[in-house]
Every structure is written in C-alpha cells, then in structure tokens.
Design a protein around this ligand. Structure first.
Ligand SMILES: Nc1nc2c(c(=O)[nH]1)N[C@H]1C(S)=C(S)[C@@H](COP(=O)(O)OP(=O)(O)OC[C@H]3O[C@@H](n4cnc5c(=O)[nH]c(N)nc54)[C@H](O)[C@@H]3O)O[C@H]1N2
Ligand SMILES: Nc1nc2c(c(=O)[nH]1)N[C@H]1C(S)=C(S)[C@@H](COP(=O)(O)OP(=O)(O)OC[C@H]3O[C@@H](n4cnc5c(=O)[nH]c(N)nc54)[C@H](O)[C@@H]3O)O[C@H]1N2
Ligand SMILES: [Mo]
Length: 758
C-alpha cells in the first residue's frame, strides 16, 4: 500500500522520547505521589511486584527500569491521588453518569467505600462490608447456581483466582468465564487440540537463538512494549523478523530503547521487521498457505539435489495429518491465495524464503489472529507452518501467543474455567469434601446469550468492564437491567457499574501495589512470579480481592471446616499450599520459589515433544475456509478492525493520543485508505457513521466518526475498541472457542453521522 504524504502516519520510532513524554503526562495529571517513582523502580523485578498491565515475561537479567510506558501508566493510574467516594455518588444519579465518557468516569480516581444501589434515588450509597456480604449471600442462596455468572478479568492473582473458582464450585456453578473468552480463548482451544497444551511453547532464552520470527497481528509497541527489548536484540544480531499486519504498527518497524542513554541521545533507531506485509484483515490463512506453498516448492527442489527444507523425520515421528495438508497446499492456486490474502505471490515467496533459510523459527501472534470467525483456522495454519520445519520443541523455536492481562493465563491454570474437563474436579472433591458441578458452564458469549434470554439472573464481576468490553453493547445493556443481582469488584468507576440489576453492589478492592502479602501471577511464557509492593491503600475501607471472595463465601455457603476462609485471608501462603496440592505437577514447592529470578517455569509437554492430543501426535489441519472473517464480499461492505491505542488499557482510556499511529486529540475516527475514500465519495474530515452489514436484520450503529486517511489495505476500515463494540454482533465469534470476532466486523459507511453517540 503506497503511503502518500498527507496520510496520517507517525514518522518517529516506537519507544524513544515519545514514550517518556507519554509517561510524564500521566504522572503530572494523576497528581502522583512521590512514592510512585520508588514503586516503579520495583516493577517486574524479583522481590518487587508484577506489573498490573500486560503479561509479558519478567526476565531474570532485568533492566534498571524494567517497565514500559504502559506499565508505568497503569501503576500511576492505580496509585493516583484522586478519590471517588460517597460525596461523588451523592451528587450524581446513575442516569446522569451513564451520559459520561469512560475517560471521565475513571478520571474520578479510586473507589473508596463499598456501595449499594438505592433505586429510590438512583444513586450508589455507602454501606458496610457485612451488610453487603449478607445481602449478596441472601440473594445467591435464593438463586439457582446455574443462573449465576462468576466472571473474572485477567488480573486477579493466582491466590484470588483459585479461591474464586472454589467459591463458584462450592456454590454449584461452573459459570466461570473470564476475559480470556474475548481474547486468547482461540489459542487455548486450538493449541490444546493441535499440540496438546493450551499455551505457547517458547521460553525467554529462545529469542536469543532463533533465526527468524513471524509476527501475525500482535502490536508489540503498544501492547507489550517490554517485548521490544528481546526483539531489538534479535534484530541486531541478524534474526529476520517478518510481520503480517494490515496496519503498519510503529513498534514493529523501528525502536529506540528508552533505557539506552546513547540511543536516546543519538536518536539511533533499530529496524525491527525486515519485511512488513499489509495482509487484508482475515487474510492470514491464505497468507500462511502461500508461505507453505513456497516452502514445499523449495523442498521439492532441495530433495532433487539430495537436500531438504521440510523436516520429514520430525513429521513422520511427531505429527499426524500431513498428507491431507500437503495435498491441500499443492491444490490451492496462487491466484486464490493472492485474492484471499491481498498479498502478491512475490511477497509471499519472499516471506516463505526467510522460513526456508532459517533453521530455528518462532511464530508470534495476538488478537489479529484470535478475534476472527475462523480464528481457530488462523492459529492452526500457524501450527502447520511451524510443524513443516520441526519448529516446535527445539531451542530457539516455537509458538508465542502474546497474552493480554497480567495473570490471564494463570487464572486458567488454577481453575477459572467454564470447561470442567480442564479442572481437576476429583481432586477438589477429595480436598474439600464436596461434589463439584460436572456439567459445562457458560463462557462469555453464552453468558451474554443467557442474559438476553433471561436464563442468567445474576452477574458477579471480579474486575473488568464487562458491558463495555463485550459485543453488541446496546442490546446487552438492555438485557443487563433484567438481572436480579449484579455485583462488581473494582478499583475505578466504569460503565459496567452504571448498568445494573435490581439489586446491585459496587465493592472497592485493594490494587495489586497495595496488598500487604505476596501474590503470584503467571506470565505469557508460563513463568510464575511473586509480587509485593506494600503501598498505602487508597482508602481504609478497601478489602483485598481474596478477602472479598472469602467474605462472600462465608455469607453464602454453609461452613466447611476444610475451607477455613479466615486463615486463608490471613495468610496467602496457605492458599498456595492448597494450589500445590491441587496441581502438584505444576507448583512443586510453590512457597519456596516465589521470587525465583525470571519466575519459575510451569513446564510444557509440547516443548518436550510429548503431544497430549487425541492422536498422541501434533496435528496438521486443513483449514475450513481461506478467509477468516466468515462473511463474503458485497458492494459497500468493509471489514472493520477494532483497534487499541497505546493510550488505553482495554476500556480504560488514559488519554487521546495514539502517538504511534499519529492520531491525536480524538478517538472518534474512521481510518480508511485514500483510494477507498475516493470510491466512497468521502473527503478527509467528513463525519460519518458505521452501520452493521451482518445480514441478520438487526440494526446496529455508531456515529460521529471523522474520516481520516490511513495506509490500510483496500476493503477494510479501522476504528477504536471499545467505541465500536455496538457494531460487533454477539453471534460473530470464532466457531470453536466463541471468541468474539472483533477484528473483521461487517460494516457499511453512512454519511449522515452527527455527534458521537457513546
Ligand atoms: N497499551 C495497552 N496494552 C495492552 C492492552 C491495551 O488495551 N493497551 N490490552 C492488553 C490485552 S487484554 C490484550 S489481549 C493485548 C492485546 O494485544 P494485541 O494482541 O496486540 O491486540 P490488538 O491491539 O487488539 O490487535 C493486534 C493487531 O492485530 C492487527 N490485526 C487486525 N486484524 C488483523 C488480521 O486479520 N490479521 C493480522 N495479521 N493482523 C490483524 C491490528 O492491526 C493490531 O496491530 O494487549 C494487552 N496490553
Ligand atoms: N471490539 C473489541 N472488543 C474487545 C477487544 C477488542 O480487541 N475489540 N478486546 C477484548 C479483550 S482482549 C479483553 S481482555 C477485554 C477486556 O476488557 P476490560 O473488561 O475493559 O478489561 P479490564 O482492563 O480488566 O477492565 C478495566 C477495569 O478493571 C478495573 N480494575 C483495574 N484494576 C483492578 C484490580 O486490581 N482489581 C479489580 N477487581 N478491578 C480492577 C477497573 O475498575 C477498570 O475500570 O475486552 C475485549 N473486547
Ligand atoms: Mo485481552
């Protein structure tokens, strides 16, 4: 895609002074106390605390300041001096607050008191903890456990998550969806089926020895910036990084390390990707197919000369399904591949050649692959690609799905799952003397469907901003009010606290930096870390997440001497002992290893080439479609990508500066290339709306978006998440994992947009 002069594009590198300015802006605005700086110096280090932002690895040989722009923003956001207490709620009805922007809600600062919704005044009023627990307990006892949702957003610790899942099961429910259901659930389902483990296989050291990395749909510069350090080191030593992304993301182009005085002073930037392919959204299956076709062709030539490219010994010994896959690749023509991927044969061959020449290959990916109707096939194609060269289970090779929330992977490890087969229920039954529910619980999409049908009567949210993060926002907000009970545990006010059931509580908790005991998290590379910061709590009325779970359990469940909640709250080490007993293979000597530099590795069978799959081997698969979006082309129809900026953490909007994409001052933009603008008769600065083109008869729309020329492939547009969530149909999700397909949403542009409707 040619980039013309006045197309919005940031010319600077990622990192560098821009990232320092980004941090300082938040530092000043949050009225940050001086202790923030001390806290930041302890971030992501042994004996320090695990960042509250993303799940990227915390290396053993850490940098003096092992945090990034976004980790610093997240810490300052939690440690803000602003407070949102009873005075604030006395002044505003919820009807009024529902008109506020997300940004302004969270700007009020930390929640300070437990609050009960008062229908007579349409306000939240303070209550005490005992009153809240006993009222919620009474409601829960009166409900069918199958009609209650226990949602978790991926930042709660292993200890809190273990207790929370135990509470749900003791109560009688497997309805334990978490943010992973909107995120990497595609990974958890696909990798489990194809290689026998639901997580990535690489470890940190692999980045130091791989020859090539293939990057699909992961925006490192914004979303996991500390990953830029090993990437920069790899690029410098000659490792080839090949990127596939419809958007030219700055962090994958160039980087100045803000930790390096010489780079900062000289402005010397490192080129990260040696090839950057602007694949069409949903075009990855075809793109990877193109790489495989080239690899097979080079292998044919090599074999004629007595050499090889494809690792047939590995395929023979370790995989299943190769023949069908090979036939499929050979039978698919280049014109079909070019059409579906939006990339030329020449470009795909150039990318494939990097694979051919590399002995050790890593594949990295994020939401650009997982959030599609055929997201499973996206991930499965990446597995096919790696298997061709025996690139799983050798040093310097493997799969690297980059997880989002700081403990989203770990929560799944310790029992937060709606899928009973993933949880050692017999073990729990024996340890705690009860009969856990055995039937499948509801995931996020199913929970939403249940709210709409009236089957779901209560929602308990341990963190997150559920109604803002899910698809089909308007319909879901209406459904929400039909519930009997909603309880939200949070640090800051958000939209999900303002739409509520008949009975509603908002319970404020300690942030991770304020806990007085060690907590643990699992990072993206399966290493487990202790975390301790011991900062003064934002208010005397806060409880830890674990204490809230325990308080609720005591108020809801009959006493069980094997679950002494009070002792667990008093000493989290006891909870870790229980985690070790429940998962002895993963957590041996848990309490002795809390501050292992770099974390302690949970282990990974696929990395050892032990395949816990149905066939006992790693699976090659033939994709069910060449295009991952699940809908066809039609005149005026675009594939909408919903984007994150580097000035947000999910639905928390820090500010309106998407520095690395050159978009400043607003998030109400429609990004589109100039050729498409001309075809649609649009001029820069026009204000337009988007409507759903999902052909399901439901009208969905977002308005007030400013047309902004941007170097995207044809046939697609981009705008921000969560503003565009009203356009994502609930039925539009990955076929296997039900992860909402937020990266290619069918829309049409309408020219009558007026003021932004938020
Ligand atoms: N600053 C910041 N950091 C975050 C977060 C945040 O909101 N802000 N959120 C956290 C969470 S929970 C998560 S899950 C992660 C998310 O981190 P990522 O996985 O990076 O997710 P996104 O930014 O949503 O999208 C990733 C990329 O996919 C590209 N893309 C879109 N469609 C396609 C496609 O069809 N094919 C390909 N190849 N690429 C495509 C987009 O252009 C974008 O660059 O980040 C975590 N870290
Ligand atoms: N269209 C579209 N939709 C998407 C996505 C997309 O790319 N496109 N991405 C999806 C993804 S990957 C995800 S993970 C979801 C996540 O979306 P969210 O639910 O927004 O995730 P969080 O960042 O966990 O939620 C933010 C809230 O968490 C609360 N919080 C902060 N710290 C704490 C804490 O320590 N404890 C507690 N209890 N609460 C705390 C604050 O009140 C804050 O308002 O959104 C999904 N939705
Ligand atoms: Mo996520």
């Amino acid at each position: 895609m040619p980039k013309d002069d006045n197309t919005v594009h940031y010319e600077g590198p990622s990192g560098g002074w821009g990232s320092v300015r980004g941090m300082m802006r938040i530092y000043a605005r949050e009225l940050s106390p001086p202790t923030v700086l001390k806290t930041l110096s302890e971030q992501n280090k042994p004996q320090g605390f695990a960042c509250v932002s993303c799940a990227w690895a915390k290396p053993a040989d850490y940098h003096p300041a092992e945090f990034c722009e976004n980790g610093a923003k997240a810490t300052m956001w939690e440690m803000t001096s602003r407070r949102c207490g009873p005075d604030f709620f006395a002044k505003h009805t919820l009807a009024e607050l529902r008109e506020w922007r997300d940004y302004d809600l969270e700007q009020q600062g930390r929640l300070t008191h437990p609050l009960r919704y008062d229908p007579a005044t349409d306000r939240y009023v303070p209550c005490n903890w005992d009153e809240a627990f006993s009222a919620i307990g009474r409601e829960l006892r009166a409900l069918d456990p199958k009609s209650v949702i226990f949602y978790t957003s991926g930042r709660a610790s292993l200890e809190a998550a273990y207790c929370y899942s135990l509470l749900a099961r003791l109560y009688g429910s497997n309805n334990l969806p978490d943010s992973s259901n909107m995120c990497h659930e595609t990974t958890s389902v696909a990798l489990k089926k194809l290689i026998g483990v639901g997580v990535g296989t690489v470890v940190y050291q692999d980045f130091a020895s791989c020859d090539a990395m293939f990057f699909f749909g992961q925006n490192t510069g914004s979303n996991s910036p500390r990953f830029l350090h090993p990437l920069q080191e790899a690029a410098k030593r000659g490792c080839k990084i090949v990127t596939f992304n419809p958007v030219r993301e700055k962090g994958l182009e160039t980087f100045i390390n803000p930790q390096s005085p010489s780079e900062m002073l000289t402005g010397h930037e490192t080129k990260i990707s040696c090839q950057y392919h602007q694949v069409k959204p949903s075009g990855d299956i075809a793109a990877i197919l193109g790489l495989c076709k080239h690899i097979l062709a080079r292998d044919d030539e090599a074999r004629a000369r007595g050499g090889k490219v494809v690792d047939r010994d590995f395929i023979e010994q370790h995989t299943h399904g190769f023949e069908a896959f090979e036939t499929f690749v050979r039978n698919t023509g280049w014109s079909e591949i070019e059409r579906a991927s939006g990339l030329s044969r020449r470009d795909l061959e150039a990318a494939g050649q990097v694979y051919v020449e590399a002995e050790k290959v890593i594949a990295v990916y994020g939401m650009g692959l997982t959030q599609h109707v055929h997201g499973f096939d996206n991930v499965a194609m990446l597995v096919n690609l790696l298997l061709l060269g025996g690139n799983i289970g050798r040093d310097g090779t493997g799969l690297c799905p980059v997880r989002g929330h700081s403990n989203v992977q770990g929560q799944r490890t310790v029992g937060i799952s709606e899928k009973p087969e993933l949880v050692p229920l017999d073990k729990l039954a024996a340890l705690y003397g009860f009969e856990p529910p055995r039937e499948k619980g509801l995931n996020t999409v199913e929970a939403c469907e249940g709210m709409r049908s009236g089957k779901v009567k209560a929602f308990f949210g341990l963190g997150g901003n559920f109604v803002r993060a899910i698809p089909e926002r308007e319909a879901m907000e209406r459904a929400w009010t039909g519930m009997r009970l909603t309880v939200q545990v949070a640090t800051k006010l958000n939209r999900s606290h303002l739409v509520h059931g008949q009975v509603a509580y908002l319970l404020p908790c300690l942030g991770r930096t304020e806990e007085s005991q060690v907590l643990t998290m699992e990072d993206s590379l399966s290493c487990i870390h202790g975390s301790l910061a011991r900062r003064a709590p934002a208010s005397d009325h806060l409880l830890s997440e674990l204490a809230i779970v325990a308080g609720l359990a005591k108020a809801t469940l009959p006493p069980n001497p094997r679950v002494p909640w009070d002792s667990w709250v008093a000493d989290y080490a006891i909870v870790r002992d229980r985690i070790e007993e429940t998962y002895p293979d993963l957590f041996p000597h848990f309490n002795q290893k809390l501050f292992t530099p770099g974390g302690f590795y949970k282990g990974n069978k696929a990395r050892e080439r032990i395949w816990k799959t149905a066939s006992g081997k790693a699976e090659f698969t033939v994709p069910t479609a060449l295009v991952a979006c699940g809908f066809g082309e039609a005149p005026g129809r675009y594939r909408l990508i919903t984007l994150r900026s580097n000035d947000q953490f999910n639905t928390t909007i820090y500010g309106f500066s998407d520095r690395m994409r050159g978009i400043e001052g607003t998030r109400d933009v429609l990004l589109i290339n100039r050729d498409e603008m001309a075809r649609a008769g649009l001029a820069e600065g026009d204000v337009v709306g988007l409507v759903s083109d999902a052909e399901d008869g439901v009208s969905r729309q977002v308005s007030g978006l400013k047309v902004t020329p941007f170097a995207l492939p044809d046939g697609c547009v981009a705008s921000y998440y969560p503003e565009c969530n009203p356009l994502v149909p609930l039925s539009h999700h990955d076929q296997q994992s039900k992860t909402p397909a937020s990266k290619a949403v069918p829309v049409r542009i309408v020219a009558q947009g007026t003021a932004a409707h938020r």
